[in-house]
Structure formats: C-alpha cells, structure tokens
Design a protein around this ligand. Structure first.
Ligand code: GAL
Ligand code: CA
Length: 346
C-alpha cells in the first residue's frame, strides 16, 4: 500500500514537472525571431544617421548567431508627437523590442506607457532620459556614452595643442580668447561637454578669456551663421573654437573660409564625434582634433542587449551600470591616429 502511494506521488510530481516545462516553453518572450523597431529623433543629424546605419548592420549581424531579424526604422524629423505615433505603429506591427532615440529626452512617458502595456522592452540611446523616467519600468535600458568624458578629452586635446604651439595665442597676451558652439539646450551632451572642456583647460593651467557662446543645435549651417556673427563682432581676436560636435566645428570652419581669412589669422577648432566628415577634416588638418563617439560600440551593445531581451538568454552576461545603463568610452582622435578610425578600420 505504502509503495503504491509513493509510486502515485512520483508520477504526480513527474507530470507536474512536465507541465511546468511546457509552460516555460510557451513564454511569449522566449523567441529567436527579433523584430526591432528603431525610432530616431532626426535622420538629418549627421552623427545620428551614421549611428542608425551602424545599428542596422549590427542587428542584421545577429542572423549569424541563429536569430531571424527584421529591422524597421522610423525618423521623427524633430517632432515628439510624430515619434509617439511611430512607436505606436511599430508596436502594432509586432515589434518585440524597441530602440528609441527620443526627440524630447524629458518626455518619454507616452512611449514608456505603450511599451509597458504591450510588454515590449525599450533600449533608449544617445538622448538619455532622466533617471526618474528610467525607473518607471524594469524593462527600460539606456545605451550611450558619458558626456563629461567627451568634454574632458576635448579639453585635454586643446590644452596639449596650446602648450605645443605657442602661436595659437596669436596676440601673445598669455590668454586664449575662445568661443563655444553649443548643441541643443537641455541635451546631456551640450552643457556637460562645454563645462568639462573648459574646466579641463583650466586644470591644465591654460588662461582663458571667453568671448562668446552660441547655440547651433548640432547643426553645421546654424553653426556657420553663429560663427559669421562672432567673426564680425570679434574680427581677428578669436584664437580657439570649441564645438560640442564635429558638424558645428565644420560650420565654424565654413564661416572662416567664406570670410577669406589668411591661414595665420585662423583660430584652432576642436570637435566631438568623429563622423566621416569630421575625421576627414582631422586628416586634412582643418580640424585640430576630435573625440570619437563610439557608434560601432554603442550599436553592438544595443544589438546584444536586444537579442538578450527577446530571447531571454544572455542578459546575465551583460555588464550594466545601475542595472540598466551601458556607457561606451570616448577616445581621442588627432592627426597622428586618425588613420585608424577611417575607412574600414573602425
Ligand atoms: C550627440 C552627438 C551630436 C548629435 C546628438 C544628437 O551625442 O555628439 O552630434 O548627434 O548626439 O542627440
Ligand atoms: Ca591671446
């Protein structure tokens, strides 16, 4: 009798185990079919358009790891309303993971609500939501880079150039007269880059005199305009131009080229990003140096994270900061090493 009871219990436990295993398999999240919706804030932004093509490539590479991948890309062209609608469409179309480059980094609530209702995890990138919003749900992640580090490296590059080349202080007053071209107000990469670049220059013992600061929203044409105004105001007195990104540094160079300044009357220019055009300008010497914003590394990290979130495998192998953040390091690019960043090398 006792033996029979034991046998019955064993059979019941075994069946319960089989049932549990079957349920496990039916978890809707565990799949190797990755449907990624990518929402970008503005594809006319040089760095973002390069970053998104990199991301597409990295996501498609997942096919080599046995996943079936489909990528849909949407451009909000600068409107958060448009982006909210696009994200809704991406979710309706069956995307099981989203990569979102917010238009308004302080306003992700609508996207977070839609994603949570449909249990679609979100990887925000490049435009970092505020910490409070990132806490709204445990399937929200961020991949990007530390703004302070890019500012610090830009400051170091400028300080080294100034120390190596005394002619940068053209009026020989022992101070460097400088102007700043800033990205969008409210963007983590604008004010933090500026502050850290200037603080680092000061820490290196460089005496500075700020002549002006203009907002040019990451944009080359706007930077050219702002720089032209500064040139008419300060004439030959500007010795250093610090730009929050390469496109604005190039816009400043455009303004000088239009003003027909002789080479010896030009300031030195520093950017951030290492876009194709930025690297080419470092190579030809018009841009003194830039700071590489590692789009390849960020895109790879996003692809790995997307695969882990959809397949339910490998999430434990990813190293996060505060459980949901991944930051890739910035690196310095000068005439000496720019070749390593150009072409297929990077
Ligand atoms: C920054 C980048 C800028 C611009 C901006 C857009 O990280 O340096 O060039 O692309 O992101 O959010
Ligand atoms: Ca000077």
């Amino acid at each position: 009798m006792k033996v029979k009871n034991i046998q019955t219990s064993v059979i019941i436990i075994f069946m319960a185990f089989l049932f549990l295993c079957a349920c496990e398999k039916q978890q809707p999240d565990a799949t190797d079919q990755i449907y990624v919706g990518v929402a970008s804030y503005n594809q006319s932004d040089t760095f973002i358009s390069q970053m998104v093509s990199c991301l597409k490539e990295e996501l498609e590479e997942l096919e080599n790891d046995g996943f079936s991948v489909s990528v849909t890309i949407r451009d909000a062209a600068g409107s958060q309303r448009t982006q909210d609608d696009q994200v809704e469409e991406l979710i309706d179309a069956g995307c099981n993971v989203l990569c979102v480059n917010l238009v308004d980094r302080s306003n992700p609530s609508e996207i977070i609500d839609m994603a949570r209702e449909n249990n679609v995890p979100v990887i925000f990138f490049n435009r970092e939501p505020v910490a409070g919003d990132m806490m709204q749900w445990d399937r929200l992640y961020y991949v990007g880079a530390n703004a302070w580090q890019s500012g610090m490296i830009q400051g170091q590059l400028a300080a080294e150039a100034i120390k190596e080349n005394p002619r940068i202080d053209r009026n020989k007053d022992g101070k460097i007269q400088y102007v700043i071209l800033e990205g969008e107000p409210g963007h983590q990469d604008a004010i933090i880059r500026t502050e850290n670049a200037v603080d680092t220059l000061k820490n290196y013992g460089i005496q500075l005199e700020k002549l002006s600061c203009g907002i040019a929203n990451w944009n080359r044409a706007q930077a050219q305009n702002r720089m032209s105004q500064m040139i008419s105001q300060f004439q030959h007195n500007i010795e250093l131009v610090l730009a929050n990104n390469d496109d604005m540094a190039l816009g400043a160079i455009d303004a000088y080229q239009k003003s027909n300044f002789t080479e010896s009357a030009l300031p030195v220019f520093f950017g951030i990003d290492g876009t194709d055009v930025g690297l080419a300008a470092v190579a030809d010497g018009t841009l003194s140096a830039t700071v590489y914003n590692d789009k390849e590394g960020q895109a790879k990290a996003m692809a790995e994270l997307a695969a882990a979130l959809v397949s339910g495998k490998g999430l434990d192998k990813i190293e996060f900061k505060k459980e949901k953040y991944i930051y890739l390091p910035y690196t310095r690019v000068t005439a000496d090493n720019v070749g390593e960043y150009m072409g297929d090398v990077k």
